[in-house]
Design a protein. Structure first.
Length: 72
């Protein structure tokens, strides 16, 4: 879904890259789902997750399941 369709209010930036400008922004939707967009492309696409999907994503990232994606 285009992130612009979700409005500009209430986006949070809990993740930032070390050089700034490399942020993921998240927004809790009224139905409880979570939208995620790239901060440098606020009008671009947003990924929409159920609470369960987003909870699993965060838990997996915390436990290291995504570490291989950022290895040099």
């Amino acid at each position: 879904m285009p992130a612009i369709d979700l409005g500009e209010k209430d986006w949070e930036c809990p993740w930032s890259g070390p050089t700034g400008g490399q942020c993921l922004e998240a927004k809790r939707l009224t139905d409880g789902r979570v939208a995620v967009r790239q901060s440098t492309d606020a009008a671009g696409p947003a990924l929409i997750f159920t609470q369960g999907e987003f909870r699993a994503f965060v838990a997996g990232a915390k436990s290291g399941l995504a570490d291989s994606l950022i290895a040099d």
